[in-house]
Design a protein around this ligand. Sequence first.
Ligand SMILES: [Fe+2]
Ligand SMILES: [Fe+2]
Length: 281
Amino acid sequence: MANIAHLSDVHFGHHDPVVVDAVEAFLFEKRPDLVVISGDFTQRARVKQYEMACAFIDRIEDQGLKVLAVPGNHDVPLFDVVRRFVRPLDRYKRFIDDDLCPYFENDELAVLGLNTARSLTIKDGSISHEQMQLIRETFHTGLEGKTRILVTHHPLFAMPIGDQGELSKVVNRHDDALQAAADAGVHILLAGHFHRSFSKSAREMVKNSGAALVVQAGTATSTRLRGDEPQSFNWIEAHRGKVDIEVHAWEGVNFAPGKPASYNYDGENWHFAGTPAPVAP
Ligand SMILES: [Fe+2]
Ligand SMILES: [Fe+2]
């Protein structure tokens, strides 16, 4: 079994420092095998904001924890037009990670991150044919028994973003990207962007998806919230053929775990299995 803390949309520059401290305290105590941060490190890609995000990652890594990060649309400068189009992710590479396709593997997990943030769109994302090829190559062979996870900032297909049935826009080339994930046997798709947390089998939401389980994270530390959903992050326990997901939501003074959701994988599909039974003390 492997543990992943899935954070997203930390938005330094528009963050709550008390919540940041609480996230760090949680990570230092629980010590996940991997901390995934799925983009939007900053509010406006300013140097000061990147410095705070960098210090946050440094503090986590100083505790001996591994971090896998991808950029979000807010990590590309919006108003600095020259930088936006000429060197859109320069600061991200300098302060966060110069690898825009990070990969992590251990005995249980194979995790690939891809950059979906682009200069030509303000909020929306895109995946290139080279990145699709990378998905296929990375998850090609030799990973039997490992949970294959793809991390992006923008989810690969339209997501419900409100309670009224409203759907998000899709990433550019989403059909091909989904096909690549399906071909590569990706088990879990981790993303953020909408500041809303939920999990669901992809097949229940979109045709031709492959068998991935979609896991969306809310914003971990931003003060810009969607509706009445507070800051949150996902605690994921990945077993072989089973995954338990616990959303930890901010309750004003600390993070509290919600009811965990459990999914079983039968080799072709994920099936919601309710809340796992508590472990006997
Ligand atoms: Fe965001
Ligand atoms: Fe975003």
